[in-house]
Write a protein that binds this ligand. Structure first.
Ligand code: PAF
Length: 285
């Protein structure tokens, strides 16, 4: 496994892999690798001949009051985890390498970015799509892998890749959870013991909402039920609970699946997001 930090080093490595006829997969990350990232890498490993990951804490997707400075940076530890997962290449650029002097070009997906997290994190998705477009351009993979935990991000990136005619398959990978249901996230490390004990209630409430949807409830009814359950937990500050159509992300005004119920809540300093995908004729994802 190689680790490189310059864009100019990447191109010959990827070209050689492609000349050997290899299919290239990319897992974009911000590092602090955990079981969720490992699942992305293992999915890529199973589908591609050459697996690259990027590790870059992207400044343009953090708001001024968010945790850009505090976000964990642990390249050596991440490199060990990536090697164990069978990764071939780590691209770990500096902020200067990615956003050189005079940088002025941003990629923005309209509509899909306006609701859910987009409503509370202005500019966040513009930062995500800009950096992901750059990473896809730099590495030119055949496929790129994103977690379903960041459901809105996954849908927004699919839209961008489609709209910009990028010949890249975007693969969504199911959320990895702790045994008690808490979605694994780099931000879980901000939780105190007391907050950690409370955290699984987010997914439990979403599961209760999903049961209502499978019984025919509308998105608004299901979201209301989730909010009522979460309101009983004094440590939790709910930012939003919304039920939306899985592709358009528009409010699900109809009854029954398909639907995604998505939620964001603060537990102390940690902003947790989670969702449940309710497909037609199947159990929840
Ligand atoms: O999901 C993340 O970790 C980030 O938003 C991503 C896709 C790596 C872009 O910085």
């Amino acid at each position: 496994m190689r680790t490189v930090s310059n864009i100019s080093q990447i191109r010959p490595i990827i070209s050689s892999a492609k000349q050997r006829g290899e299919r290239v997969g990319l897992v974009p990350t911000m590092g602090a690798l955990h079981a969720g990232h490992i699942a992305l890498m293992e999915t890529a490993r199973a589908q591609d001949d050459f697996v690259a990951i990027s590790i870059f804490v992207n400044p343009t997707q953090f708001g001024p009051a968010e945790d850009y400075q505090a976000y964990p940076r642990q390249l050596e530890q991440d490199a060990r985890a990536a090697q164990q997962a069978g990764v071939d290449l780590i691209f770990a650029p500096s902020a200067e390498e990615m956003y050189g002097e005079g940088f002025a070009t941003y990629v923005e997906v309209e509509g899909l970015t306006e609701g859910l997290c987009g409503r509370y994190r202005p500019g966040h998705f513009r930062g995500v799509t800009t950096v992901v477009a750059k990473l896809l351009n730099i590495i030119q993979p055949d496929a790129a892998y994103f977690g379903e935990k960041d459901y809105q991000q996954l849908i927004v990136i699919r839209r961008m890749v489609n709209d910009l005619n990028m010949p890249i398959e975007i693969v969504g990978v199911p959320t990895v959870r702790e045994p008690d249901g808490l979605a694994i996230s780099s931000r879980n490390r901000y939780l105190s013991d007391e907050e950690r004990a409370v955290a699984p209630c987010l997914y439990q409430a979403l599961q209760a909402g999903a049961t209502r949807v499978r019984q025919g409830a509308t998105g608004a009814e299901a979201a209301e039920q989730v909010k009522e359950i979460l309101a009983k937990e004094p440590l939790l500050r709910v930012q939003y609970v919304e039920a939306v159509h899985p592709e358009t992300l528009q409010p699900a005004e109809y009854g029954g699946p398909p639907m995604v119920i998505a939620a964001a809540a603060y537990l102390g300093a940690a902003r947790l997001i989670d969702n449940i995908i309710i497909e037609e004729g199947t159990d929840d994802a």
